[in-house]
Design a protein around this ligand. Structure first.
Ligand code: UDP
Length: 311
């Protein structure tokens, strides 16, 4: 069995590559290294079951031979990254997805796309269920990501209904763990970086906005099960344990035993006030739910950041 994983040098793509290799697949990893990092897959390069293509999937994608599965995980994925790279973000979610749908059709492969809780925008339904349509500002700073992902879902469903293509759509909620970039601007890596350097911890707004953080191995397990399922509509995968951002900052300060103090900065525009996945569907359909506690996950993440900072 052979799988193409786009964004393979990124945080999630590299963990998925590990998972599929461990399950006995041949893996083709593709990445243009815009936000990905070869150090995430350096350990895979010597393996004969792993091939790396340095390619931008917004351009025509050619892969020789047969393919069983395609997982589209290429995209800038933090608010800071897509503010810096708005056009690339739009292109990889739209043109990139179109290219991969075409490839999946040509190879009769099943395509799983990485969608996001951002399709719910600043949600007016809480927790978010898959049947909620969202509250997104198309021309706000997050619009380039949110609308690309909404278009991605739309075109993926169109290929499913019109061409009968086998598709899977995972809506990923905030995820963390080893191989996140310390400078990607997301809350947890930023807090770790600041705490470990003794800098002020920058909480945006009053820190009362909430998120629900899922450890990466839980997410990967859910995605694997979804791929193998026979369900073509979107499924939330995430951890439903919801905390405030201020609490997340305090936990990082305490875990790292840091002397950093928490300071408050302006809340970015359109920053969702709450976010929590309703995972009833995933539980029923996939018999899946997260098992890694935040205590355990944050500790593993801290261990990783320590080795990164020592490099
Ligand atoms: N955040 C923060 N300080 C930072 C980075 C992020 O307070 O240095 C906040 C951000 O405003 C948001 C939450 O943390 O409310 C989660 O941000 P992240 O960028 O991790 O992901 P999002 O869920 O907003 O896409």
């Amino acid at each position: 069995m052979k799988v193409l994983i786009t964004g393979a040098a990124g945080f999630l793509g590299s963990h998925l590559s590990d998972k599929f290799l461990a399950e006995g697949y041949e893996v083709i990893g593709m990445d243009n290294l815009l936000t990905g990092d070869m150090s995430n897959i350096a350990h895979l390069m010597p393996k004969k079951e792993f091939t790396f293509y340095h390619h931008d999937v917004s351009k025509f994608v050619h892969v020789p031979g047969e393919l069983d599965y395609i997982l589209h995980f290429a995209s800038p994925a933090s608010p800071i990254d897509y503010l810096k790279m708005p056009i690339q973000t739009l292109k990889v979610g739209s043109l990139g997805t179109h290219n991969l749908l075409g490839l999946a059709k040509a190879k009769s492969a099943r395509l799983l796309i990485a969608s996001t809780s951002e399709v719910y925008g600043d949600p007016l339904v809480h927790p978010q269920t898959e049947d909620y349509w969202g509250n997104v500002n198309p021309i706000g700073p997050r619009g380039v990501y949110d609308e690309a992902k909404r278009f991605q879902e739309a075109i993926t469903m169109a290929y499913h209904t019109f061409h009968g293509l086998e598709v899977r759509i995972v809506r990923i909620f905030n995820t963390y763990g080893p191989r996140m970039r310390m400078d990607d601007g997301r809350a947890l890596p930023t807090f770790f970086s600041q705490a470990m350097k003794g800098e002020d911890i920058t909480v945006f707004g009053d820190g009362s906005q909430t998120r629900s953080f899922c450890y990466v191995s839980d997410l990967v397990g859910g995605i694997y099960k979804l791929l193998k399922s026979d369900y073509a509509h979107p499924v939330n995968i995430g951890n439903p344990v919801e905390i405030t951002i201020k609490q997340a900052a305090e936990e990082v300060v305490s875990l790292t035993n840091s002397s950093s103090k928490i300071i408050f900065k302006d809340l970015p525009k359109d920053d969702p006030k709450v976010r929590q996945p309703d995972i009833s569907l995933a539980k029923k359909l996939l018999n899946w739910e997260p098992v890694v506690s935040r205590e355990e996950g944050l500790l593993k993440t801290f261990e990783y950041f320590k080795t990164k900072m020592a490099e």
